[in-house]
Design a binder for this molecule. Structure first.
Ligand SMILES: [Zn+2]
Length: 155
C-alpha cells in the first residue's frame, strides 16, 4: 500500500533510505541509468520529496517494522466486554501497529481498504493491525482476546 515519506537517512554504505510513516524504510538510491534519482543527493531534493507516496511491500506482508516494541495493551475482552468501537470499522494512528492475541475461542478479523481480507484468528493465529488501515472484529464463538499496540522505540 502507499505510505508517505517522512524523512531520509543513509545506510552503512552511504545509500539513501526513505523513512515511511508506517515505520518501514525503503532504499531510494541514485543508480543511473535504471534508477536515476539525482534529487536524493541534495538536501533540497530530499526535502521536496517529504510527503510523497511510495508503495510499501513490507506493509503488504504485514511485517512489523524494525525497532518497534509493544508499549500498551488492552484488558482481556470477552464477548460481553468487547467495546463497540472494535466491532465497527476503526483504525490506529499513523505509525501505530497492533497485534490481536486470541486466548480462547475464535475471532473474525476483517481488514478493509486496500486489503479487503477476512481471516479467522485463534490462539495460534494472531492478527496484525496495520497503521491507519480500517479493520473490525467479530466473535465467532465464546472468545477471549486482547490487543497489544506497538510503536517505534525511541532512539
Ligand atoms: Zn510499510
Amino acid at each position: 500500500m502507499h505510505r508517505s515519506i517522512i524523512g531520509f537517512h543513509q545506510d552503512l554504505e552511504q545509500h539513501w533510505v526513505a523513512e515511511l510513516d508506517c515505520g518501514h524504510c525503503q532504499h531510494t538510491r541514485h543508480e543511473p541509468p535504471f534508477f536515476p534519482r539525482p534529487w536524493v543527493i541534495t538536501e533540497a531534493g530530499r526535502l521536496e520529496h517529504i510527503g510523497q507516496l511510495l508503495n510499501c511491500v513490507l506493509c503488504d506482508r504485514q511485517q512489523m517494522p524494525d525497532a518497534y516494541a509493544p508499549y500498551r495493551r488492552t484488558p482481556v475482552f470477552t464477548n460481553d466486554s468487547i467495546p463497540n468501537g472494535l466491532r465497527a470499522k476503526h483504525s490506529t494512528k499513523t505509525g501505530v501497529w497492533g497485534i490481536i492475541h486470541v486466548q480462547s475461542g475464535r475471532l473474525r478479523y476483517r481488514i478493509h481498504h486496500p486489503y479487503h481480507t477476512e481471516t479467522i484468528l485463534d490462539i495460534e493465529r494472531p492478527g496484525v493491525i496495520l497503521p491507519e488501515v480500517e479493520h473490525e472484529v467479530e466473535p465467532i464463538d465464546l472468545v477471549e482476546f486482547f490487543v497489544e499496540f506497538w510503536a517505534k522505540v525511541r532512539d
